[in-house]
Each structure stands twice: as C-alpha cells, then as structure tokens.
Write a protein that binds this ligand. Structure first.
Ligand SMILES: [Zn+2]
Length: 188
C-alpha cells in the first residue's frame, strides 16, 4: 500500500514565489512514499483542489497537479492521473511523464486517502485564517470573499469555501463506514 500526502511548505527563501501582495506562497507538494510527484522545471505545480476532492468520491481522469495559471499546462508533459476506486482502495495510474521514465501505478488505502485530503484542506484553512488580506486587493476594494487565496491556481476565498464544504460532505459520507470496518477488523 502506498502512502499519500498533500503537503504545504513555506520555503525559507520564497524567491519569485510571492503573490501580488508580497506574501510568500507555500510550495504545494504531492508526495507518495516520500517521493515528490509534482516538481516541474522551476518549482512545483499547484494542487488542483477541486479535482482532488472529486477524486475522493469517484474515478476519472484528473489533473491532480495543475499549472499555477489554472490551465492544464502540464498536459503533454504528463498524462492526467487516471483515478479508480475499488476494494477499499483508491488507485492512481499515470501513463507517462517527462519527469520520470515509464508509467506509475499507486494504490492507496481509501481511508488514508480521504484522511490525507481532509488534512490538506484543514491546513489550507488554518493558513488562510492567520493570513492578512492582500494589500493590493484592498486597494481595489474587492470583497474579502473575492480575493485570491494564493494556494492552488487563482481560487477566491468564496470558491475555496465551496470546495471545502464539498470535501467535508464527501468525507463525512465515505469515511465513517470505513472507520467502522477498521474497528471490526481490529476486533476480529
Ligand atoms: Zn500555465
């Protein structure tokens, strides 16, 4: 079983990785078994938070890492992640990438997968709660909800809140039955 992790990490030296207000952006790391999957030529691609949440619930082809501009600039250099669910597991198949040789196949325990994603969202929320609003945006008097969160590609607070709520409802629906199964296994 592979170990999934979605990690936010503020670099000691953010370099050019500042948002409009001069705030450092965290690096967004997709890590499987201690290997970072979303390094690109300069730094790291973003979390596609919406696709990540969709992948909790159902299979499909998802761009789990996405370019900071919000478009699939990674397409062509890496296949989208083919996600499938079955037998208490979530699978990722990545047909090709310029960042490694051959295809990759990962198998995650579904409970661990759901937990890793929920942990990510709670961490994003924690960062947003202690981060001042961007000066640049205040100047243009954007409503707070319409400001960009600077985590993931071009998402506003409002959009993040919607994705967060969807994550919570999927988590609550799918995680509890798996938890019960874990308890039963423990007793057996
Ligand atoms: Zn791009």
């Amino acid at each position: 079983m592979d170990k999934p992790e979605f990690k936010l990490e503020f670099p000691a030296d953010p370099g050019n990785n500042l948002d409009d207000g001069g705030m450092p952006r965290p690096d967004e790391l997709i890590i499987v078994n201690d290997e970072i999957l979303n390094a690109n030529c300069c730094r790291y691609d973003c979390f596609n938070l919406k696709a990540i949440v969709d992948s909790m619930e159902h299979g499909g082809e998802f761009e789990i890492p996405i370019c900071i501009c919000g478009f699939g600039c990674r397409l062509g250099v890496e296949a989208p992640y083919a996600v499938t669910h079955g037998g208490g597991c979530v699978y990722w198949d990545i047909a090709f990438s310029k960042y490694w040789k051959g295809s990759r196949h990962f198998c995650f325990d579904k409970a661990q997968y759901l937990d890793a994603i929920r942990n990510l969202f709670q961490e994003v929320k924690r960062i947003l709660e202690c981060r001042p609003l961007c000066n640049e945006d205040e100047k243009y008097e954007y409503a707070a909800d319409d400001q960009i969160i600077n985590i993931g590609p071009c998402l506003t607070y409002r959009e993040f809140e919607e994705i967060y709520n969807r994550m919570e409802s999927i988590y609550n629906k799918l995680r509890k039955p798996l938890f019960n199964k874990e308890c039963n296994n423990g007793q057996a």
